[in-house]
Design a protein around this ligand. Structure first.
Ligand code: HEC
Length: 159
């Protein structure tokens, strides 16, 4: 009997976590704010992984393993970009975002740019897996270029 009670309370806790993430009770503004927070978190985690690679390009000791691993991580995270940029969040002026409104009508282009990032991140990792520093840092240009391409088109210039 006690086991059943414990199991039931676990199931209830899991169900409440899941329903929270489905955002049923959220207003459209809250949903937009959550979507913006979510996409910023994704990009922050992408940049967290690219930072050590950028440091290597600037003369920090070359670590092929970290480069290869982080490139693969970025490739996987980039598969989420189209999903993260799907919800039009432009209706709410008090939500802070650097996303341009042209995103919402250009989803195919966003998907292509995300795919370019995936391909370049994987190519970067393949270069790193050979252990060749020159080839790896050369491939880093392609990887970084995929970030810049999308930012130049779809993000307010923050530089
Ligand atoms: C397909 C488009 C696209 C690609 C590819 C892309 N980004 Fe972005 N990125 C955006 C958009 C749009 C925003 C603005 C998000 C917002 O403010 O709501 C953004 C925001 C960011 C931010 C700021 C997040 C914040 O907290 O405000 C960072 C950092 C970032 N991107 C890094 C990167 C890096 C590094 C890459 C490449 C490895 C990359 N992005 C690739 C579209 C892209």
């Amino acid at each position: 009997m006690r086991k059943i009670v414990v199991l039931f309370s676990i199931l209830t806790a899991v169900a409440s976590v899941i329903s929270g993430s489905v955002a049923q009770d959220m207003s459209p503004e809250e949903q937009a704010a959550a979507a913006v927070a979510q996409r910023k978190a994704l990009f922050q985690t992408i940049v967290y992984n690219i930072r050590p690679i950028g440091a290597m390009a600037q003369g920090a000791p070359f670590d092929a393993e970290v480069a290869a691993r982080n490139g693969r991580r970025i490739a996987v995270m980039a598969t989420m970009i189209p999903e993260m940029l799907a919800l039009d969040t432009s209706d709410f002026d008090n939500i802070e975002t650097t996303a341009l409104d042209s995103i919402w009508d250009n989803q195919d282009d966003i998907a292509e740019m995300a795919q370019a990032l995936i391909d370049n991140a994987n190519a970067f990792s393949e270069a790193a897996e050979t252990g060749d520093m020159g080839a790896t840092l050369g491939a880093f240009r392609g990887l970084g270029g995929s970030c810049g391409n999308c930012h130049d088109t779809y993000r307010i210039d923050t530089d």
